[in-house]
Design a protein around this ligand. Sequence first.
Ligand SMILES: NC(=O)c1ccc[n+]([C@@H]2O[C@H](COP(=O)([O-])OP(=O)(O)OC[C@H]3O[C@@H](n4cnc5c(N)ncnc54)[C@H](OP(=O)(O)O)[C@@H]3O)[C@@H](O)[C@H]2O)c1
Length: 280
Amino acid sequence: MSRPPVTGSTRLAGVIGSPVRHSLSPAIHNAGFDECGLDWVYVALEVSSGSAAAALEGMRAFGIAGLSVTMPHKDAVHDFVDERSLAAERMRAVNCVQLVDGRLIGHNTDGDGFVDSLRLDAGVDPSGLSVVVLGAGGAARSVIEALARAGAAGIAVVNRTEARAVEAASLGGKVGRSGTLADIARADLVVNATSVGLGTEEMPIGGDRLRSGQVVADLVYHPLDTALLRAARFAGARALDGLGMLVHQAGRQFELWTGTPAPIAAMRAAAEAELERRRL
Ligand SMILES: NC(=O)c1ccc[n+]([C@@H]2O[C@H](COP(=O)([O-])OP(=O)(O)OC[C@H]3O[C@@H](n4cnc5c(N)ncnc54)[C@H](OP(=O)(O)O)[C@@H]3O)[C@@H](O)[C@H]2O)c1
């Protein structure tokens, strides 16, 4: 299906962040609207640091149906919304705002997007798994929080700065702890949530630490096939790229705003096409 022409009743959604020009979200969400024949448009809105509250008042005033929230606003938006989902509350960060009857509802779909990708793209249920998360930044925190809710048996967080690992591991509750590289040998699932490998061929760990039977997920999606994922396949492990998390967290936002099941395949195809267009 293709989208209807923009009219007076077209609904508006978008992403706020800075810088936001390179966001893949417009390609992903507009492909979803097109696929479902929805009269919606999604745009990227550059909002400078410190202006999140003004942007949210604008959202309310304009009746913008949904906003994605990216850096540097996720923490500030948490403080300004009227209500928060459990994940947003625990993370103290919001990546999605929904306008319902004039009230702003904050969600955090990042971690659940990762779990969706694990389940639907890799066919792996995190329940009962022993996990190592490399990194302790925003992406790692969302993955730790969601994996704990999804029933992971243990989550060891390994980070360059150990104090941050301890803090991030606390989001895993009883199953979270700070770990070391030695934990990788016993892990069922290894997640790279550091920024190592972003735009480079570097790896956060040596490939010789990986083994067959493991699932190795890289949250880095540029490049899509990272050196870590190639090393995982070489070791006989299964590799899961980071684009799945990006697409599924967007899919959850799409469903919250529109009430329509997200057309994940079309959204993923649009993200891949946009990445390819940028590579050329
Ligand atoms: N697939 C998705 O949907 C998705 C969503 C969000 C983010 N991501 C990706 O996930 C990655 C992390 O994002 P973020 O927002 O969590 O970033 P962040 O908050 O800046 O955290 C970066 C993490 O990487 C670690 N790190 C950075 N450079 C390192 C190095 N040279 N050696 C070892 N560790 C290093 C940092 O360790 P310290 O604490 O010691 O500084 C920290 O744990 C990025 O590549 C981002 O593109 C993907």
